[in-house]
Design a binder for this molecule. Structure first.
Ligand SMILES: O=C(O)CCC(=O)C(=O)O
Length: 286
């Protein structure tokens, strides 16, 4: 449970950090599992369904940027999907509209070279019939000012949907010089391992490279209210129903007055936000 003040802050700022959500034993299990996957990455030389690789990856020095859908590859990650505290909090934030799990990813941001993520809004990737969607970030390591914390612009979830296109294609990043989002108040979301972040699907966010000596492993789950239907992604009743974690009726989408910009024509490199954001031709986080 979170307090009425936390709920208010989430609705005002578009994000909150909640501490002590999962224990040391889970942190250790998650770390070991990430280590195992990185070790196994020695056997791959290009991006796969599971691995998004950093530049410079090799069998001798495996460098993994992201694990895609880790819940589909490991029970340790699958067990995090229906975390009771997370469901309870989201149900509070969405006033009983129910909770559906959509997708999982794990951004590794390894010590010394972990890649930045350019400014973007998740909503630009997957607009829905209403915007009761949020990403929950599980801090597997302590997240500090130095190891590339995710930064969020307070209040941006109530603003416009920025153009995330480059060269005529969706690219998953905001050209800051062109779109001029106000980033001056961006807040780094830091905390101890075991904390979670929750950010609104329309909130503008991004993160620096990890130039520190400490890893920043961050598991991100995308959740939606049960009555939010995707507008841009082909889906089915079966697919949506499979993710439902609470009561709720997926057959009655709730339509609200939300700004939408469709992510088409599709990004050129399906499956890698990092490759797509390169299409911007410039990086905010050099
Ligand atoms: O890992 C981060 O710092 C940013 C996460 C994010 O926004 C994303 O992967 O879409």
């Amino acid at each position: 449970m979170i307090s009425a003040q936390d709920i208010q802050r989430y609705h005002r700022d578009g994000f909150i950090v909640v501490e002590n959500v999962f224990p040391e034993s889970t942190i250790n299990d998650l770390r070991s599992e990430v280590d195992r996957f990185v070790e196994e990455a020695r056997g791959v030389s290009a991006h796969t369904e599971l691995y998004d690789l950093e530049d410079g990856h090799s069998a001798d020095e495996p460098r993994v940027r992201r694990l895609k859908d880790p819940d589909r590859h490991s029970d340790v990650f699958a067990n995090m999907v229906a975390h009771p505290t997370v469901i309870e909090i989201l149900d509070q934030l969405w006033d009983g509209h129910g909770v559906r799990f959509d997708q999982s990813k794990l951004n590794l941001k390894a010590a010394g070279f972990g890649s930045p993520v350019e400014w973007h809004q998740d909503w630009a990737f997957y607009p829905h019939t209403n915007d009761d969607l949020a990403a929950v970030g599980f801090m597997i390591d302590d997240v500090t000012l130095n190891n590339g914390p995710m930064m969020v612009v307070p209040g941006s979830h109530k603003g416009p949907v920025f153009d995330h296109h480059a060269n005529g294609y969706f690219c998953g990043g905001i050209d800051v010089a062109r779109e001029k989002p106000d980033l001056s108040n961006a807040v780094p979301l830091t905390g101890k391992a075991g904390s979670i972040t929750i950010h609104h699907v329309r909130a503008v966010h991004g993160s620096e490279p990890n130039r520190s000596g400490d890893p920043r492993r961050f598991l991100l789950h995308q959740y939606c209210a049960v009555d939010a239907w995707p507008l841009a992604k082909p889906t089915s009743f079966e697919e949506l129903s499979a993710g439902v974690l609470t009561d709720g009726d997926v057959l009655k989408p709730r339509l609200t007055d939300v700004p939408v910009r469709m992510p088409f024509p599709q990004a050129l490199n399906q499956g890698s936000i990092y490759e797509n954001q390169r299409e911007l031709g410039t990086t905010y986080f050099s």
